[in-house]
Design a protein around this ligand. Structure first.
Ligand SMILES: Nc1nc2c(c(=O)[nH]1)N[C@H]1C(S)=C(S)[C@@H](COP(=O)(O)O)O[C@H]1N2
Ligand SMILES: [Mo]
Length: 476
C-alpha cells in the first residue's frame, strides 16, 4: 500500500526552516528559501537576470510571511494533479458542448449569438433533428457539468493558491508568459462560471451582453487551457505515476518532497485533513451540486430535486404543468390577440394563406413526444399534437423550402422570431403544435399555436405564432 513519506521530524513551527532545513530540501525551491533569507544565491534565474535579482532585493513587505502562511502539508504535485486530471477529463466536454450549442442556434441563418464572430468560429453544419434529445443532452451537459465542476475548480485553486505570492513573480521570460497564461486561465474559468451561473438564474447583473462575453471568454479560457496543459501535462503524469496518497490517513499525512513547481509548502504545518479528505470534500460538493441540478433535465418526481434552478421545478399541475420560460403576460400577449380573431399567415411560393385555429385543427394532426430544451439548462419532454410544418409548406406549394421564418405575436423580445433549416421543416415530427398532452396549449405555453421541432434549441420553439414564411428551395 502506498504511503506518505514520514512527516519531517521535529515540531513543525515557523522558524524551523534554517540553513539546515534548506540543505535537506533540493531543487529551486531550496534556493529560493535561501534568497528569502537575504542570501545571494540567484541560481535558477534566466534572462533578464538583473530584473529578477532587482525584484528579489525589493521584496514587498509581508510577501514571504503570506506565502508561508499557507502551511497545509497536503498541497503538492499529487493533489494538484488529481484535481487537474478530473478537470482535464471534464472541461473539454464543457467547451465542446458550448460550441455545439452555438452551432445549434444556426449560425448559417445568422441567428447564433454572438452573430458576427469573424474567423473565430468552429466548422458549422446544419444542426440535425435526430436524435430528438440531442440538444437536451448537449445543453444539459454544458450547464450541469459547469455547475458540478465548481468544487473541483475551487479545490484545484486552493491547492496552488500560495503560488500567487511567489516572489519574484517570475524567474525567466518564458515564465512570465506562463504566468500570464495562468492569469487568463484562472480569470477565464471564474468569468465563464460566473456569467454562466448568472445567466441560468436570469440575473443579468453585468452591463454587457451575456452571449458575447461568454463566447469570447470561452476562447480566452480555451487558449489558456491548451497552453497550460501543454506545459504541465508531463508534470501531472509524473505526479500521478509516483507514490499515491489516496489511502493515507490523516495521522500519516505529511508533505511531499519539494517539487520544481514549488507547490509543496516551505514550512508545512501538521495535517488537519488527509488528501483523501480534501478529495472527498470536493467530490462531495460536486455530488451535492449534481443532485440539486440534474433534476432540471429530468421529468417525473426527480424534477423536484432541482432546487438550484429558477425554472427547474414543476410549475403547477395538469397537462400544461411544465416549465415556462417567458409567460404570455411577460411577452405582452393580450387575450384579444389570441381569441377567435387570431389567424395564422402562411407564405411561400408567392402565395399567402390565412388559417384560423379551426382550419388548422381540421388538417391532418400528428402527435410526437419531444423535448423542450432551454439554453439555460432545463429541459422537459412532453407530448405535442398539431400540424406538420411540412404539410403547411406543401399547402402553399413550397414543399422544398430551404428555410422557414416563424414570427410571433410578441412585439418585442429577442425570441419573438426564429428561422428553421430545411431539415427542421421536413422532419415528420416537426410541428406547429396546437395541443399538448391531450389538451389545448395554455396561454403561457404558446396558445393558439407554437413551434416544436426535434432537437431544436428551446429558444427557437416560437410561441404565439402569427406567421410562417417558407423561403427558397432546399436543393436549388
Ligand atoms: N414568442 C416567444 N417564444 C418563445 C420564447 C419567447 O420569449 N417568446 N422563449 C423561448 C424559450 S427561450 C424557450 S426555452 C421555450 C420554452 O417554452 P415553454 O415556455 O413553453 O416551456 O419557448 C421559446 N419560445
Ligand atoms: Mo430558453
Amino acid at each position: 500500500m502506498p504511503a506518505d513519506p514520514p512527516p519531517p521530524p521535529g515540531d513543525p513551527t515557523p522558524g524551523r526552516g534554517g540553513p539546515g532545513r534548506a540543505a535537506d530540501r533540493s531543487g529551486p525551491r531550496a534556493a529560493e528559501a535561501g534568497t528569502s533569507d537575504g542570501a545571494t544565491d540567484t541560481h535558477g534565474y534566466a534572462f533578464p537576470e538583473r530584473l529578477w535579482r532587482a525584484l528579489d532585493r525589493h521584496r514587498p513587505p509581508g510577501v514571504d510571511a503570506t506565502a508561508d502562511a499557507w502551511r497545509s502539508p497536503v498541497r503538492g504535485p499529487w493533489l494538484t494533479s488529481v484535481f487537474g486530471a478530473v478537470l482535464l477529463a471534464a472541461l473539454p466536454l464543457v467547451i465542446v458542448t458550448g460550441l455545439l450549442d452555438w452551432i445549434a442556434y444556426g449560425p448559417r441563418l445568422g441567428q447564433a449569438f454572438p452573430r458576427d464572430v469573424g474567423w473565430l468560429h468552429p466548422p458549422v453544419f446544419d444542426w440535425p433533428t435526430r436524435p430528438a434529445w440531442l440538444f437536451r443532452l448537449t445543453q444539459g451537459l454544458h450547464v450541469t457539468l459547469g455547475i458540478v465542476l465548481v468544487p473541483v475548480v475551487l479545490g484545484k485553486l486552493w491547492s496552488v493558491v500560495p503560488k500567487l505570492f511567489d516572489w519574484p513573480p517570475a524567474r525567466s521570460a518564458a515564465q512570465v508568459l506562463e504566468r500570464l497564461s495562468l492569469l487568463l486561465l484562472v480569470g477565464g474559468i471564474l468569468f465563464e462560471t460566473a456569467t454562466g451561473l448568472l445567466n441560468i438564474q436570469y440575473a443579468y447583473l453585468f452591463g454587457f451582453d451575456f452571449y458575447t462575453a461568454h463566447w469570447y471568454g470561452a476562447w480566452v479560457f480555451t487558449a489558456a487551457l491548451v497552453t497550460h496543459v501543454a506545459i504541465k501535462l508531463p508534470r501531472m503524469v509524473t505526479a500521478l505515476r509516483g507514490p499515491g496518497f489516496a489511502r493515507t490517513p490523516v495521522e500519516r499525512t505529511g508533505p511531499e518532497p519539494a517539487d520544481p513547481d514549488g507547490l509543496v509548502s516551505r514550512r508545512p504545518g501538521p495535517a488537519t485533513m488527509s488528501r483523501r479528505g480534501v478529495l472527498a470534500l470536493a467530490g462531495g460538493g460536486a455530488l451535492l451540486l449534481a443532485a440539486l441540478t440534474v433534476g432540471q433535465s429530468l421529468d417525473g418526481v426527480l424534477r423536484r430535486t432541482a432546487l438550484l434552478l429558477p425554472r427547474g421545478r414543476q410549475p403547477g399541475a395538469g397537462p400544461n404543468g411544465f416549465p415556462v420560460n417567458r409567460s404570455a403576460a411577460a411577452a405582452g400577449i393580450q387575450p384579444a390577440d389570441t381569441g377567435t380573431g387570431w389567424r395564422l399567415t402562411v407564405r411561400g411560393g408567392g402565395r399567402s394563406v390565412e388559417l384560423d385555429r379551426g382550419r388548422l385543427l381540421a388538417m391532418a394532426q400528428h402527435t410526437a413526444d419531444l423535448p423542450i430544451a432551454c439554453v439555460e439548462g432545463w429541459s422537459t419532454a412532453q407530448t405535442w399534437t398539431g400540424v406538420r410544418l411540412r404539410d403547411l409548406a406543401a399547402l402553399v406549394g413550397a414543399p422544398e423550402a430551404a428555410t422557414a421564418s416563424v414570427r410571433s405575436l410578441e412585439r418585442a423580445g429577442l425570441f419573438r422570431q426564429a428561422r428553421l433549416q430545411a431539415n427542421q421543416v421536413r422532419d415528420p415530427d416537426s410541428l406547429l403544435a396546437l395541443r399538448v398532452n391531450g389538451v389545448d396549449l395554455s396561454p403561457d405555453h404558446g396558445y393558439p399555436a407554437r413551434v416544436i421541432v426535434p432537437a431544436l434549441p428551446g429558444v427557437h420553439c416560437t410561441k404565439w405564432v402569427r406567421e410562417i414564411a417558407f423561403e427558397g428551395r432546399a436543393d436549388g
